[in-house]
Design a protein around this ligand. Sequence first.
Ligand SMILES: Cc1cc2nc3c(=O)[nH]c(=O)nc-3n(C[C@H](O)[C@H](O)[C@H](O)COP(=O)(O)OP(=O)(O)OC[C@H]3O[C@@H](n4cnc5c(N)ncnc54)[C@H](O)[C@@H]3O)c2cc1C
Length: 392
Amino acid sequence: MDLEQFREETRQWLLANAPKSMFGTPKSMDDICWGGRKTHYPTDVKRWLDVMAERGWTAPTWPKQYGGGGLSRDEVKVLNQEMARLQLRPPLTGFGLSMIGPLLLQEGSEALKRTHIPPIVRGEIRWCQGYSEPGSGSDLASLQTKAEVDGDSFVLNGQKVWTSYADKADWMFILVRTDPKAKKQEGITFLLMDMDAPGVSVKPIRLISGTSPFCETFIENVRVSRANVVGQVNGGWAIAKALLGHERTMIADVFKDRVPGNPLVELARRYVGGDSRIADPIIRDRVTQSEMDQHCLDLTLDRSRDSAKAGHKPGPETSIFKYYGTETNMRRRELMVEILGPQGLGWEGNGFDGKELGITRDWLRSRGNSIEGGTSEIQLNVIAKRVLGLPD
Ligand SMILES: Cc1cc2nc3c(=O)[nH]c(=O)nc-3n(C[C@H](O)[C@H](O)[C@H](O)COP(=O)(O)OP(=O)(O)OC[C@H]3O[C@@H](n4cnc5c(N)ncnc54)[C@H](O)[C@@H]3O)c2cc1C
């Protein structure tokens, strides 16, 4: 089928199958589907997830044999463009799709792929990331949560922190220390742990703004089968870095609002004025710069996806995506708030519409992008050492 035929059929299928309420901006965070057993979603959200999963279009590039869509990159682009044109929201999001799924496809045993990939595609299982510990953030390899062999299992003890959405997750991918005597990077193993296993407890962390997605995760004598090791025992550091490659690329790919018609330009026209072009020359210049930066990042991300499809593993260049994507995103969000003027000052209340409040919250959230998945300073260190080959 040629791409234009695929586009037409895709559009018709989306129009026929997407529930009406799935068109347009989500009204609240509850309308964004992260899947999993622990959250109940509105009927339309669940129906949208199910019809898309049935077709493998929650994970359109993944192989069909594990439930994915098996689409080519060009077809995925068309699917994304048509969804954006119709302002259809993604049927599913989360760490399963963006992190552990791609990692298992790349590094997992056949058994792990068969067990975990199809439930990710169907949105049945929600994942969280157990990397950070109270004393191990940027220096992740210093982590102390230990795992000792007992028969066919490991027994885990320790604590993780900043575990986003651990209270809602069904499974965690976790880094543990399996050889305390080895050099720190060489004694780490990457495991998959059931959050309902006896001994796992989760405590949400309250932030100054009220609630937060962050949790502390306490792990006390938790048994994890040895079959749940990804890669080799004590070989987890390479797996951890491969996952960070996916995480950093995902964080870089932060713009979900790239619909034809260009919301940044539209926003500027609406709040600053101007018909064919934006009235304020300084805002016009900054909008143009932002569009160019984003376009360059998109093209580079596309190149890297091509390279991934050709079988190349993501390398340290993902730090460039993470750094540049995060910076571009922060600048763009800041510009959006400036364009809103006084309407960009709202946190809640009747004086602001939903879109304005959304833009302000997205701006605040974009600051966290420069910390999660490794801070900007750490990315610059990686780029200096691993990409440019500069000395320590
Ligand atoms: C929104 C968000 C979501 C997160 N979700 C998760 C999650 O789900 N799971 C999880 O495991 N973790 C999560 N984290 C934690 C995150 O990975 C850590 O916060 C991050 O790795 C930084 O570690 P730290 O907070 O301990 O800071 P530190 O390591 O204490 O760093 C403090 C400051 O010092 C700088 N610094 C440290 N070392 C160096 C160095 N060698 N050179 C230059 N500067 C340096 C850092 O850049 C930073 O500015 C999340 C964080 C955020 C903000």
